[in-house]
Unconditional design. Structure first.
Length: 151
């Protein structure tokens, strides 16, 4: 089996439906497509024999300085692995790949937001070097953290 991480091409966006339910979350799917189209977001896909298994994105500009600072801080977003392939290290590899890509692009910090009740994700990010809490709070979706990693 061939495992690769590739940059998502706009023409292949619909293939992400193999990872998450794009039809049920059509508003989110449209929003993410627009971010890709604008160039504000770059998405990387983990593939096994060309099948889309997981994805992660880097977002250059958000309206929140905790998440992005031009030419300094970029935001890790939308880490998701197909349910049948979780707990195999794919998320860890996607985070490492995104962090290395951000560093190569000249960024020195990587931020991420994570729900506090998503214990597996919190553990993954801490193990990946997100060692500074920028913010702890709550919104309509629940309690969450904004974490930072120095690249």
């Amino acid at each position: 089996m061939e495992h690769k991480i590739i940059r998502l091409e706009l023409s292949d966006y619909e293939k992400c439906g193999n990872i998450w339910d794009m039809q049920r979350q059509s508003d989110l799917a449209a929003q993410l497509y627009q971010r890709l189209l604008s160039g504000n977001q770059t998405t990387f896909v983990y593939t096994i024999d060309n099948a889309f298994i997981g994805e992660v994105s880097l977002v250059r500009q958000m309206d929140d300085p905790d998440y992005t600072i031009p030419d300094r801080r970029i935001c890790l977003s939308r880490l998701i692995v197909r349910e049948s392939h979780r707990r195999q290290g794919i998320g860890r590899r996607l985070v490492a790949y995104a962090a290395e890509t951000a560093k190569q692009q000249g960024f020195c910090e990587l931020s991420v937001g994570v729900d506090l009740d998503n214990y597996a994700a919190v553990r993954l990010y801490v193990q990946a070097g997100f060692d500074r809490i920028l913010f702890a709070g709550e919104d309509a979706y629940g309690r969450y953290l904004k974490l930072l990693k120095t690249l």
